[in-house]
Design a protein around this ligand. Structure first.
Ligand code: IFM
Length: 464
């Protein structure tokens, strides 16, 4: 596949949305300010050895205080969409029960600022920071979480539904269930199938029930949800590797979208999922899993090459690491492949029920160096060019992809990696909170045709 070598913003069309994304826990800081309750990430990152660089997110980018400057920065870079998430425990400190008015007030200020400067808000309802009080009752493994989530979504949509049209129910359900409830490397640190399978099912239910609440509460809402996904390539054409690739595809890519489209779990290609079907048969849940989303968010960072491995428990699949294949990688060792983006968009675009796709996160971590106040992150520019080329090619071939949101605005707290994995278009010194626009930020604003505005509107105190 040859991707377009040169293109401009205009090739994507006038209706294409250009956004930038942050999330509550990764950016806000102020973890226990103004009545906010603890989240599972506050607890997890407080445990020794869980965060690779030993840091935590108590301060992060201090978006709780710096929100106005950061939103202005997103605007000055030329974006027209600002995607952020709401912290459930900032709104409902115990997960259910009394509402924390200070939390509501904070997000009103964020939304009002977006509207004031002309950025369209896309609000994510769940980006991994579950209230610890709910985790204490079983978290996503306990069926009660679905009702708690419905209640939370009702509170949030009633508070902001007259101002916000675009709603994203979940960020990467496979990401947080696999890392947090199967492998134990993310909050809440649980591992094993006995956690993973119930978590998957309750998250799939919450995905649909959350969608229904938004639809009921918000007039003319544009409702979506997002999926982490990777184009899967078998290492060889052997039958065993091809079947391994199908199993990996079922797990990584199809697990949450297919039930939402009324196709049930992809158990034929990943037979372990029959266990969910058996376990929840008595609840007659199958009719509750579908929901007609207005758009789906595709979040693709890398493709995956896999091989059959009989020694890998449950999945019998292992990844053939990019570094052993001599392909370009990011600082996290993730393969860089615009063709991978193209392929996964073709795959998701082929579902009959998918009407509209937004690339709702896309970005890369590199070891950025600040020299004389400048971050010359040429690799990130190459990354964006390549991934955008993949998006454009898919669009030209008829995939209904209508938006691209860059991950992320400012270097933030990258979960178990801490602060050492920098994904931002804007460098953050996490001690002084100084922002410096990287070369990639300037490149993006040039691409969007906004450099002149960036020059004249950049806020005092930001290095442009
Ligand atoms: O930082 C994360 C984000 O929270 C979810 N999607 C992937 C990003 C990079 O790892």
């Amino acid at each position: 596949m040859i991707l377009p070598a040169s293109f401009s913003r205009n090739d994507f069309g006038d209706d294409f949305s250009w956004g930038v994304v942050i999330s509550a826990f990764q950016n806000e800081g102020a973890c226990d300010a103004d009545g906010k309750g603890a989240s599972i990430w506050d607890t997890f990152s407080g445990r020794k050895g869980k965060i690779k660089d030993g840091t935590h997110a108590q301060q992060a980018c201090h978006f709780y205080v710096n929100y106005r400057d950061d939103i202005l920065l997103a605007k000055a870079l030329g974006f027209s969409v600002f995607r952020f998430s709401i912290s459930w425990p900032r709104i409902l400190p115990k997960g259910t029960g009394p509402v924390n008015q200070a939390g509501i007030d904070f997000y009103h200020k964020v939304i009002d600022t977006c509207l004031e400067v002309g950025l369209e808000p896309y609000v994510t309802l769940y980006h991994w920071d579950l209230p610890q009080a709910l985790e204490n009752k079983g978290g996503w493994c306990h069926r009660g979480i679905v009702f708690a989530f419905e209640h939370y979504v009702t509170v949030v949509t009633r508070a902001f539904g007259d101002k916000v049209k675009n709603w994203i129910i979940l960020n990467e359900p496979f990401g947080f269930t696999s890392l947090g409830y199967m492998l134990g490397v993310h909050a809440p640190g649980k591992f094993g199938l006995s956690y993973f399978l119930p978590a998957v099912h309750h998250v799939a239910l919450a995905q649909a029930e959350g969608g229904r609440v938004v639809r009921d509460e918000v007039k003319n809402a544009n409702v979506g949800t997002t999926f982490s996904c990777s184009h899967i390539i078998p290492n060889t054409q052997s039958e065993a590797d091809i079947k391994a690739a199908r199993r990996a595809d079922a797990l990584f890519n199809r697990l949450f979208i297919e039930p939402s489209l009324g196709m049930r779990y992809p158990a034929d290609d990943f037979p372990l999922l029959h266990r969910i079907e058996r376990r929840y048969a008595m609840w007659r849940d199958w009719d509750k899993l579908p929901f007609e989303f207005d758009f789906i968010g595709v979040q693709n960072y890398f493709p995956l090459v896999v091989r059959h491995n009989p020694f890998m428990p449950y999945v019998n699949v292992s990844e053939v690491k990019p570094r052993s294949r001599n392909v370009p990688v990011t600082a996290l060792g993730w393969e860089i492949s615009g063709v991978g983006m193209y392929n996964i968009l073709k795959q998701f675009g082929a579902y009959e029920g998918v009407k509209n796709i937004i690339v709702s996160e896309s970005g890369a971590a590199f070891n950025d160096n600040m020299e004389n106040g400048v971050v010359n992150d040429a690799q990130r520019i190459r990354y964006f060019r390549e991934y955008l080329a993949g998006v454009l090619q898919a669009k030209r071939e008829g995939v209904p992809v209508n938006g691209y949101f860059a991950w992320t605005l400012t270097d933030n707290f990258e979960w178990a990696e801490g602060y050492r994995a920098r994904f931002g278009l804007v460098h953050v010194d996490h001690v002084t909170q100084q922002r410096t626009i990287k070369a990639s930020g300037k490149w993006f604003s040039d691409f969007l045709g906004f450099r002149h505005v960036l020059k004249s509107e950049t806020q005092a105190g930001i290095n442009a």
